[in-house]
Design a protein around this ligand. Structure first.
Ligand SMILES: Cc1ncc(COP(=O)(O)O)c(C=O)c1O
Length: 387
């Protein structure tokens, strides 16, 4: 079975396809925006769901311990971090958990540190919960690597700063934060009584030689100062199952979080999601390895293409299947840049500005597609640049 062949999703309710007209004013774009893959979900997941459907009753179900154990073993094997079963709880969405965690660990009016650019719901979750954003700009160093500035961050902290919203690995810039970077952030937060919410949904899409380090694994103090959000949605292309977990080692933080989660009644999730989750973490290893190889080939292909089109700059991501294209040399405003990609190149990308002010002049391309789709996209872009 070739998982990486083209599969037409237009007959499904795939968001990436259904919203083309609304977002790009045409259906004629190759949609390379929302972060799911145009790559088949592992057969072990599909098979587990089919098996479950042989039983004709789909009532309320609870997430079985065996499903949590499967995730615990995956995290131990892939990230060297030992999670205890009682630290984990079910969540239908990482973003929903971010909202709950914000409410659990801060009060209205408190300040939350968010790095710019970042996945847009980081901003909306802070604002919509009536907290104040402290925007910390990520800047590229001489080698084009995005960094935070720990001294500037220190200076931005006030007595009202209660939370750091960490994206690790970071969407959209594709950084895998190093041990030293995480330690510096962790130390700063501990010193100022700032709790950490660490969104690690992209932690399994990491390219050699980089290694994802859960910030909570760095010390006992950080273990008890952090809420970590993980899930199989990105790893196994199964976001449609709406299942993720929240990992909280501190009894105190877990009590605060559970109270908020209880208020919105997350419940225990859906029968088919439970079996999909367990099958993915139990049997998905081989598929995941092939996926990383495929994504690495796509990164290489983009790099080759960039050498022939130096007006666009690109640094291969350390993690995620998202290419952060620096289009500033094209000399277009953000609106024109968006228009150029959708109307002229026929590509539906995410505009950099939607990730924050620092994203101006950038576009984010989702390269989790079959090779032939990437080739089509790159040749469309070549045509638009030369035309
Ligand atoms: C950093 C990050 N967090 C969370 C999500 C979405 O998670 P969920 O669908 O579980 O809410 C995404 C999706 O792109 C993401 O990139």
């Amino acid at each position: 079975m070739d998982e990486f062949r083209f599969i037409d999703r237009s007959a499904t309710n795939a968001e990436k396809y259904m919203l083309r007209q609304k977002l790009f004013h045409t259906e004629a774009v190759i949609p390379m925006w929302v972060a799911d893959m145009d790559i088949m979900t592992p057969e072990c997941v599909i098979h587990a769901v089919q098996e479950r459907l042989l039983h004709p009753i789909l009532g309320y179900e609870i997430m079985p311990d065996s499903a949590y154990v499967a995730q615990i073993e995956w995290v131990r094997e892939h990230h060297g971090f030992e999670i205890k079963g009682e630290w984990l709880s079910y969540s239908p969405s990482v973003v929903a958990s971010i909202g709950c965690a914000i409410r659990a660990l801060s009060e209205a009016g408190d300040e939350v540190i968010v790095m710019d650019p970042v996945y847009p719901p980081f901003y909306s979750m802070v604002r919509d919960n009536n907290r104040q954003l402290i925007l910390h700009p990520l800047k590229q160093d001489n080698e084009g690597i995005y960094r935070f500035d720990i001294e500037r961050l220190r200076a931005q902290i006030t007595p009202k700063t209660k939370l750091l919203l960490l994206c690790s690995p970071h969407n959209p810039i594709g950084r895998v934060w190093s041990r030293d970077e995480l330690l510096a952030l962790g130390e700063l937060c501990l010193k100022h009584g700032i709790r950490i919410i660490s969104d690690e949904i992209h932690s399994d899409i990491v390219f050699t030689p980089h290694t994802h380090i859960p910030i909570t694994s760095l010390s006992d103090e950080l273990l008890h100062n952090t809420i970590t959000l993980i899930g199989p949605g990105k790893t196994f292309n199964m976001a449609g199952f709406s299942i993720s977990t929240v990992c909280i080692a501190s009894d105190e933080l877990r009590t605060f979080y559970d109270k908020e989660a209880h208020c919105v009644h997350f419940g225990d999730g859906a029968a088919l999601s439970h079996v999909a989750f367990e099958a993915a973490y139990t049997y998905g290893e081989k598929w995941h390895r092939r996926l990383l190889q495929h994504l690495e080939c796509n990164v290489q292909r983009i790099e080759e293409w960039i050498t022939e089109h130096p007006q666009i700059k690109f640094r291969p991501p350390e993690a995620t299947y998202l290419a952060w294209l620096d289009c500033r040399e094209l000399g277009l405003g953000d609106r024109e840049l968006r228009e150029f990609f959708s109307s002229k190149a026929g590509l539906g990308l995410s505009p950099g500005l939607s990730f924050g002010k620092e994203g101006s002049g950038f576009m984010r391309l989702n390269f989790a597609v079959p090779t032939e789709v990437l080739e089509d996209a790159l040749s469309r872009l070549s045509g638009a640049l030369h035309g």
